[in-house]
Ligand binder design. Structure first.
Ligand code: NAP
Ligand code: MG
Length: 489
């Protein structure tokens, strides 16, 4: 156990395995590109594997779209836009979105298992968080489709045309929903590129949208790696790019689009401050911190990765947090008891390991509970660092893994100054029993969302997005329609 904690008494009982059956997912051996309502072989003639990161088993081969394939997908989207989708009355578009939302609910068990197989996240998260939010997002934007003139009174909102959308691997289907639902509600058609390591739920969703009767070409899915994303970004006939991913790729995209007429929204990285005042309810705050950094293995753009604890409670809080860490169950993502699943890829594991090593070399003190990790697959123990200073890489750079950096503060002013000392500005959290202090902090924290006495709460009606290097544009809520409409800006 820990070097500086008394040993936790051995648990007298443990959880029996409770594995979700995976037979509900029927995988194809090979997936083509979804263009104009059909799966088709890629012009590139190339395929790449997607694996289960929990055991490294091959799940399927997936087509790699080159510039010709991307061109076909964009043409299909343009034709679908001009052949009717762009002019369809909102109440008709809404019917498709409502149908898709209901079908996502009906097939949510299958989609949750698929998301867990391809990405490594715990089934209890894909089942209880991702899938309900995906359905909620489609329901929410279905409701706006016939009310655009009420959303923007006195204006004449019109769709842009074809939206190119590029998404990351941490919430594959949820990011797809955040992109596709508002775009379609506003009357656009889309070409979407999922991440290389998690393409399967987007492809399955494409089949589901076809079954919902969505006209061919309204949604097109081009799978591939970064080059496929770049081909989509650079295509001449795309009216708008919506990107979620790292700040470095976001900057490349902003440079590529500078001077073009394409509209752009960027949802990028984060390094959120999670601030605990000494009057906070401690046990609830501990749960909030655990959820803030270990949810989805810490592969969360808004993860509470920098913890600021008021000095007077620092030692007690850290002690309790360490005990709580040792009760997290790390392992098989399909087990319904699992709290922390597999790291999404070998590359991401290498990046986490590199930053954690830097933390140790720079002099921070590391704590990891003793837990047995599976033999195959990609794993990282829940980790926390104390004695972190503002200049350490682990306090500055996004780790995107289950690693928490703990710092302290004395006054609210100091907490704000330290919290804002980052190039990012996506999210923040505050724990205190004083309502006035919550408002005072929320006014001063430079973050797109500030949670108070909770963390990682999402709702489709609530806009989400960043300040500074965390990007610009909002997804969710009425604001989430703006990037997909003209005449409203
Ligand atoms: P990433 O490397 O930037 O990749 C994101 C997507 O862009 C992937 O589909 C990727 O393809 C593609 N891509 C890579 N290079 C490209 C290029 N030159 N042009 C166009 N597309 C390109 O990010 P990631 O590692 O997948 O995701 C983690 C990052 O996303 C973190 O920084 C996280 O904070 C951020 N994120 C932000 C939000 C938010 O809402 N703000 C939400 C979730 C995640 P490949 O799959 O082949 O790499
Ligand atoms: Mg995979």
């Amino acid at each position: 156990m820990s070097r500086n904690l008394p040993a936790t008494p051995a648990l007298e009982w443990s959880y029996a395995p409770s594995r979700e059956a995976s037979e509900i997912v029927e995988l194809e051996r090979r997936y083509g590109l979804f263009i104009n309502g059909k799966f088709r072989a890629p012009a590139s003639k190339k395929y790449f594997p997607t694996i289960n990161p929990a055991n490294e088993d091959l799940l399927a081969e997936v087509a790699e779209a080159n510039a010709t394939d991307v061109g076909r997908a964009v043409k299909a989207a343009r034709d679908a836009f001009e052949d009717g989708w762009g002019e369809m009355p909102g109440k008709e578009r809404a019917k498709y979105l409502f149908r898709i939302a209901r079908m996502v609910q009906e097939r949510s068990r299958e989609l949750a298992v698929l998301e867990t197989l391809d990405g490594g996240k715990p089934i209890k998260e894909s089942r209880d968080v991702d899938l309900p939010l995906v359905a909620a997002h489609f329901f929410y934007y279905a409701g706006w489709a016939d009310k655009l003139e009420y959303a923007f009174p006195g204006l004449d909102p019109e769709p842009l045309g074809v939206a190119g959308q590029v998404i990351p691997w941490n919430f594959p289907l949820m990011m797809l929903a955040w992109k596709i639902a508002p775009a379609l509600a506003a009357g656009n058609t889309v070409v979407l590129k999922p991440a290389e390591t998690t393409p399967l739920s987007a492809l399955t969703f494409a089949g589901l949208a076809s079954e919902a009767g969505l006209p061919p070409g309204v949604i097109n899915i081009v799978t591939g790696a970064g080059a496929t994303g770049a081909a989509l970004v650079e295509h001449n006939d795309v009216d708008k790019i919506a990107f979620t991913g790292s700040t470095s790729v976001g900057k490349q995209i902003a440079t590529a689009l500078a001077g073009s007429k394409k509209r752009l929204t960027l949802e990028l990285g984060g390094k959120a401050a999670h601030v605990i005042f000494d009057d906070a309810p401690m046990d609830q705050a501990i749960e909030g911190v655990i959820n803030g950094i270990f949810f989805n293995q810490g592969h969360v753009c808004c993860a509470g990765s920098r913890l600021f604890v008021q000095e007077s409670i620092h030692d007690r809080f850290v002690e309790k947090l360490k005990r709580r860490l040792s009760t997290l169950r790390v392992g098989d993502p399909l087990d319904k008891n699992t709290d922390v699943g597999a790291i999404n890829s070998a590359e991401q594991l290498a990046r986490i390991s590199e930053l954690v090593e830097a933390g140790q070399q720079e002099g921070a003190e590391m704590y990891q509970p003793d837990c047995v990790l599976p033999r195959n697959g990609f794993w990282f123990r829940p980790t926390l660092f104390t004695g972190v200073s503002q200049s350490h890489r682990i306090a500055q750079e996004e780790i995107f893994g289950p690693v928490l950096s703990i710092l302290s503060f004395r006054t609210p002013e100091e907490a704000v100054e330290k919290a804002n000392n980052t190039p990012y500005g996506l999210s923040a959290g505050v724990w205190t029993s004083k309502g006035s202090r919550i408002l005072w902090m929320a006014d001063r924290l430079k973050a797109g969302v500030v949670w108070a006495n909770t963390y990682n709460k999402f709702d489709p009606a609530s806009p989400f997005g960043g300040y500074k290097e965390s990007g610009f544009g909002r997804e969710g809520g009425r604001h989430g329609l703006l990037p997909y409409l003209k005449g409203v800006g």
